[in-house]
Design a protein around this ligand. Structure first.
Ligand code: COA
Ligand code: AMP
Length: 630
């Protein structure tokens, strides 16, 4: 009831509610104007407030006497490193690196791209940008040069900050060749490329022969400490690109003041963590979870956050999660269901769990994709804690559906991602925009205004923002997910209603993959859909129609197309399967029937849509899929 009361208060007295929450962070100039309209009449929060995210995350804690508390634990089983960084040390590294960026001519209002693995220097770079009011855009390390180049051309960074390499299990993944390729491809050329040389296994950057590169560490060491620069509450702290329904990713813009308010609120009320405790989000800084709950949220709340470089399995085994919990006394953890499935597959009886004392763990949160009940049950049985599934998106920046153990203990309903959290007035609509009764599946929408912290728009593309999110149901934000509510207000997410898929907790666009597949010289037409996968939740699967007269075996086509997608999007795209078909199933108006293809590939019962232009294709596809499975 407490959480429900809080929710009602946040909707009925929104300005008062969020003004109170905003009191819990530090402002250089307190906002008087709590909710107003920004450009294109879009609602914005705390418009006249001024603050600095790096100050709230770092300097404030040092000033308050917590300089010796550990801010980040860098735990990297892949390099056998554990490093603890106190708030004082973090302040020194961040402020000096900010000094370095300043010496390169960067200032408030500029943009920077950060393309780095899970190392503390990535956090220094993000926080240093925030310190100076430089808007950062972190690009996930699993993306290929082409993806990096698209982002460079979209946000025109003055600097690109990177590292010499990442590590995937035992493999060194060089980043520099990718960066150089992206630089060649992009029309915009960042003025500086700053590289942290990890010197992994004897591999060093050849600085003498790479005069165009700036040495991260040297820049940091030779620079002066600089102070935090006050920015307006609506100043873009970052741009985070995410997959949309076209081939081009969209740059979600995050503000500063609303975000800081929302994250502080989330840490306390949703995750239920107290200052000083250890919080671990096992994600990557390239995703929104990394931004909100590895880098910013825990620090805003003076928690110790873990920067984990490794997988849940193989580094060195499926017990690594429990080892980290024991070793660092993690109180609250966040991961994706796929990570639990991977652990379960390796250690079905939970033998590795028994090796560790994980009694510090109070709550386990899951998100990023649908959590199947079997995974939840396994976790509950083996670990003794029922995980809390919660739902949100890059766009929201913080949870929209969840239970709130920070406020009260509530019943966990299997397969539900919880109830709307304060600020998110969630409804389930039918196609015409009428609210549906409980137990009816429809579109998950949110009444405007969205609460503080949610996206300000799409970088440089208001039209896309408007048509993608606001136009379908005027006055509401359209999430792109389908869902069902029950009579108690619990929401059950049924999945995306667009062409976005979720592969191992990574959000990917099938449209983007289709662009890559169509790039193959022999492909006339293609379609990529997400099919069910026991481990990764979903995996992409492609159908290709060949140009007439082409002679290529299906096997060779598959090989070449898989390589092409990897080259264009990156290893993370995980497209492994392509079949050649004579034609694609379409409606009479020429739309590809993706849902039909998906259902057939999943081996589920399907209905032939009445709009199909030629029913005989069904037998053709059934035969093809059967042959492929064999
Ligand atoms: N840099 C470079 N390459 C990367 C990368 C990175 N940061 N992240 C992934 N890749 C590569 C992998 O090496 C792999 O390449 P390969 O095909 O050559 O082996 C490919 O991209 C696919 O990676 P991934 O999807 O991670 O699959 P996996 O089989 O290596 O591991 C899991 C499977 C389930 C263990 C892993 O995906 C996982 O831990 N998922 C949790 C995801 C998560 O936390 N999501 C955040 C949302 S909360
Ligand atoms: P991302 O923007 O990468 O965080 O991906 C957001 C998308 O992931 C959502 O729109 C959902 O489709 C999916 N998602 C996230 N969390 C959940 C969840 N708990 N249950 C089901 N789907 C989820």
């Amino acid at each position: 009831m407490k959480a429900h009361k809080m929710f009602l208060n946040s909707i009925e007295n929104k300005e008062l509610f969020w003004a109170e929450q905003a009191e819990k962070i530090q402002w250089f100039k307190k906002p008087q104007n709590i909710l107003s309209e920004g450009e294109h009449n879009y609602p914005i929060w705390f418009a006249d407030g001024e603050l600095n995210a790096c100050y709230i995350a770092v300097d404030k804690h040092v000033e308050d006497g917590y300089g010796d508390q550990v801010a980040y634990i860098y735990d990297s089983p892949v390099t056998e490193t554990i490093q603890k960084i106190t708030f004082k040390e973090l302040q020194e590294n961040v402020s000096k690196f900010a000094g370095g960026l300043q010496s390169l001519g960067l200032k408030k209002g500029d943009t920077a791209i950060i393309y780095m693995p899970m190392i503390p220097q990535a956090a220094y770079a993000m926080l240093a940008c925030a310190r100076l009011g430089i808007t950062h855009s972190v690009v996930f390390g699993g993306f290929a040069p082409h993806e990096l180049a698209i982002r460079i051309d979209d946000c025109n960074p003055k600097v690109l900050i990177t590292a010499s390499a990442g590590v995937e299990v035992k493999k060194r993944v060089p980043y520099l060749p990718f960066v150089k390729e992206a630089y060649e491809m992009s029309a915009h050329k960042p003025e500086n490329i700053v590289v942290f040389d990890r010197q992994l296994w004897g591999n060093k950057v050849d600085w003498e022969n790479e005069p165009q590169l700036t040495n991260f560490q040297e820049l940091l060491e030779k620079s002066e400490y600089v102070d935090c620069v006050p920015v307006a509450s609506t100043h873009p702290l970052y741009i985070l690109y995410t997959s949309g329904t076209t081939g081009k990713p969209k740059g979600v813009i995050r503000d500063t003041g609303g975000y800081a308010t929302a994250l502080k609120f989330s840490m306390k009320n949703i995750y239920g963590v107290n200052e000083g405790e250890v919080f671990w989000a096992a994600s990557d800084i390239g995703w929104v979870v990394g931004h909100s709950f590895i880098i910013y949220g825990p620090l805003f709340n003076r928690n110790t956050s873990i920067i984990y470089e490794g997988k849940p399995i193989m580094t060195p085994d499926a017990g690594t999660t429990w080892r980290v919990i024991e070793q660092h006394k993690v109180s609250v953890m966040f991961t994706a269901p796929t990570a639990i499935r991977a652990i379960k597959k390796e250690d079905p009886n939970g033998e590795l769990i028994k090796k560790y004392d994980i009694s510090s763990l109070r709550t386990q949160f899951l998100a990023g994709e649908r959590c199947d009940v079997a995974t939840l049950d396994w976790y509950e049985e083996k670990v003794g804690i029922t995980p809390i599934d919660h739902w949100w998106q890059t766009e929201s920046g913080w949870p929209m559906l969840s239970l709130m153990p920070g406020v009260e203990t509530a019943e966990i309903k299997r397969a539900s991602a919880g109830k709307p959290v304060p600020g998110y007035d969630i409804k389930i609509f039918d196609e015409e925009g009428y609210e549906l009764e409980p137990h009816h599946e429809g579109y998950l929408v949110i009444k405007l205004p969205l609460p503080p912290g949610a996206l300000l728009g799409i970088w440089g593309d208001y039209e896309r923002f408007h048509y993608g999110y606001l136009a379908k149901f005027p006055g509401y934000y359209f999430s792109g997910d389908g869902a069902i509510k029950d009579e108690e207000g619990y929401v059950f997410i049924s999945g995306r209603v667009d062409d976005i898929i979720n592969v191992a907790g990574h959000r990917l666009s099938t449209a983007e993959m289709e662009e890559a597949v169509s790039g193959h010289k022999d492909v006339a037409e293609c379609c990529v859909v997400g099919i069910d996968d026991d481990l990764k939740g979903q995996i992409p699967f492609g159908l290709a129609v060949l140009k007439s007269g082409v002679e290529i075996t299906e096997e060779n086509l598959e090989k070449e197309v898989v390589a092409l997608v990897r080259e264009k999007i990156g290893a993370v795209a995980c497209l492994r399967n392509i079949v050649v078909v004579k034609r694609l199933p379409k409606t009479r108006s020429g739309k590809i029937l993706r849902k039909l293809i998906r259902t057939m590939l999943d081996g589920k019962e399907f209905q032939i849509p009445s709009t199909i232009d030629d029913e005989t294709i069904i037998t053709e596809l059934e035969e093809k899929f059967l042959e492929y499975r064999k």
